[in-house]
Design a protein around this ligand. Structure first.
Ligand SMILES: [Zn+2]
Length: 376
């Protein structure tokens, strides 16, 4: 199989193209965005956003969707220790949380001395949502993503919190192409609707996201001053794995069950990978993560290839957790068959997820932009 000569993406990766040196378009795209990224400039921009939030003197300066994983833990650390913010941490209990994640959350909250809450959606309903997603879409992560959004929006609104800060990184996180993975709310709504859930049941849970707000909602929020901005912290400050690791272990007393230290917050991540592997043979989510780390000089190509080969063997095998998983959701093995025929692509196409701002919205935002420039 032909692979990019710089990262490890293979020729069957969606929309991949190679140049004459065998380097893929994803690597070129990464270079364009990150090779000469100016962290000094971006951190100054970040400080402006954070200071304006502090000036609002709300009960909380920011909301952090907190999974108990490494990136969001580091976000909590930076917000508290470096930026001196008063955060509200919200954890969506997706029913799949690992013991390690819960333990880490509890100790983090204590060490960092921050406010935190677990949000649990009606478990019986949530399990029915998961079942529908597995039976129809061949995956269950989109339901969890909708839940994380649910917890975020409910608490942002409740306390009128001006910023939401996440640890999602365009630089080092895996960026699954649409053909492989989709958590878009439109997909989730259609999937659940096809499974017979009522409009109310769906809309109570799959709340409109920021990018779905229409013109009226945007204006209303601005006038009522309960608008918020979303900040992905790794897009403003350096996100170095080794440094994060050091902070987590030494200062935050973090523990983990495996060396990969990725996604340890979900106890069924192996099932997710296994199902995707049945849907798209030899598809390894981690190949994208590894490729990002290679581009960022945090991993060598040889190390990545070695790790990938190990995963190829593991992820095509049925994971140990599968029986526990099926049992928990009230499913049987047959429900995970015919994976290749199940996909989000049966519910949504690529054009629909691309955000198009309407002309009216663009025109309406002009006075606001002028006002912002004048105020600066
Ligand atoms: Zn590449």
């Amino acid at each position: 199989m032909k692979r990019c000569t710089r990262c490890i993406l293979a020729e069957d990766f969606p929309n991949i193209k190679f140049d004459s040196n065998g380097v893929c378009n994803y690597c070129h795209q990464w270079d364009k965005e990150w090779q000469y990224f100016d962290y000094e400039k971006s951190e100054a921009e970040l400080m402006k956003i954070l200071n304006s939030a502090k000036k609002k003197r709300r009960k909380y300066d920011c909301l952090i969707p907190y999974s108990g994983g490494r990136d969001s833990s580091y976000v909590v650390y930076l917000c508290k220790e470096k930026y001196d913010l008063n955060p509200m941490l919200v954890t969506f209990n997706n029913l799949f949380m690992s013991e390690h994640a819960i333990k880490n959350i509890n100790s983090m909250v204590e060490i960092m001395d921050v406010e935190h809450c677990f949000v649990t959606y009606k478990p019986k309903v949530l399990k029915r949502f998961y079942r529908a997603a597995i039976e129809r879409g061949g995956e269950f992560c989109s339901i969890c993503a909708a839940g994380i959004n649910y917890a975020k929006i409910v608490y942002q609104k409740l306390y009128n919190i001006p910023i939401v800060i996440t640890g999602t990184s365009g630089r080092v996180d895996e960026q699954s192409p649409f053909e492989v993975n989709c958590t878009h709310p439109l997909y989730v709504r259609r999937l659940l609707s096809s499974a017979g859930f009522s409009k109310k049941e769906i809309n109570d849970y799959v709340i409109e996201r920021h990018f779905e707000w229409g013109l009226f909602e945007k204006i209303k929020r601005k006038i009522n001053r309960n608008d918020y901005v979303e900040v992905a912290l790794p897009n403003y400050v350096n996100w170095n794995n080794q440094e994060i690791e050091r902070i987590l272990v030494q200062e935050l007393k973090w523990t983990t069950s495996d060396d990969a230290r990725d996604h340890i917050d979900c106890r069924f991540v192996s099932v997710k990978n296994y199902l995707k592997n049945k849907q798209i043979p030899n598809f390894i989510f981690k190949q994208e993560k590894y490729s990002q780390l290679i581009r960022d000089n945090q991993l060598t190509r040889d190390e990545a290839l070695e790790a990938l080969n190990k995963l190829l063997k593991v992820e095509s095998r049925e994971p140990d957790e599968i029986d526990e998983f099926l049992d928990f959701l009230g499913l049987v093995k047959d429900d995970t068959e015919n994976q290749e025929r199940k996909s989000h692509l049966n519910f949504i196409n690529k054009e629909e997820v691309e955000v198009h701002e309407s002309l009216s919205l663009r025109l309406a935002s002009i006075p606001w932009k002028i006002y912002k420039v004048l105020r600066m």
